[in-house]
Design a binder for this molecule. Structure first.
Ligand code: CA
Length: 235
């Protein structure tokens, strides 16, 4: 497994690199946005793409947000962004740009490492202890717990790991309205220091990708329950 660390503060990037290596990962570092894109494209051309990217948002030459958008033009590689503490609007912007997840600075390298492992497990598809043969059906969509993907017919719909987990949580109990806090703790675990509003961003991205009509929140797969949260209707 190879990871690209994009971070302009050398002290942070050194610590992250050391932790990843100790855990058996290979990793490269880039100290600005352009260098990150160069490395990313180089590896893709060599047919050895990175398995995950850790991306600081405030970067010289090209912002993390822009790097994320560029990568998303042709790759679904998991992207975990690093963002300054309390900057909720940065987190929303990063998720909108296509990041999968975020870790707030200052962070514990152990927490970051746990998040890295979780995303890489998500790729190889052996996470969790769900019944590995089950498929949940929502309307014309199949949620495949083995492949960890959402399909319409034969066609897989590309969603990020966290979007998948939010949709799966809602779909596991159709008609139940989940609050944002409930969604965060059920989808990501209790130790996840998520902002409420990031759930709104995951739902917005899901609606777009699943083809829900974004103008009405009461006809698509995911319904908004004003003042409470979200639910999936069973019919
Ligand atoms: Ca920075």
């Amino acid at each position: 497994m190879r990871i690209l660390i994009v971070e302009d503060e050398k002290s942070i990037s050194d610590v992250v690199l050391a932790y990843l290596k100790k855990d058996g990962y290979e990793a490269d570092t880039a100290s600005n946005g352009l260098q990150a894109l160069e490395l990313f494209n180089e590896c893709r051309k060599k047919n050895a793409p990175y398995d995950l990217i850790i991306l600081d948002l405030m970067l010289p030459r090209l912002s993390g947000e822009e790097v994320c958008k560029q990568i998303r033009l042709n790759s679904n590689v998991p992207i975990i962004m690093l963002t300054a503490k309390g900057s909720e609007s940065d987190v929303i912007a990063g998720l909108d740009a296509g990041a999968d997840d975020y870790v707030v600075k200052p962070f514990s390298p152990r927490v970051l490492l746990a998040r890295v492992r979780a995303h890489l497990r998500g790729i190889s598809g052996n996470e969790g202890s769900e019944d590995s043969s089950s498929i949940i059906r929502i309307g014309d969509l199949d949620i495949d717990l083995t492949a960890r993907e959402i399909r319409r017919g034969e066609k897989a719909i590309s969603v990020t790991r966290n979007e998948f987990l939010v949709f799966l949580t809602l779909a596991s109990k159709p008609d139940k309205t989940f609050t944002r806090d409930e969604l965060i703790s059920k989808a990501f675990g209790d130790d996840y220091d998520g902002f409420d509003r990031t759930i709104d961003t995951y739902v917005k991205n899901l609606r777009r990708k699943l083809g829900d009509d974004s103008n009405t929140n009461n006809t698509g797969y995911i319904r908004t329950v004003h003042g409470f949260g979200y639910r999936i209707a069973s019919e």
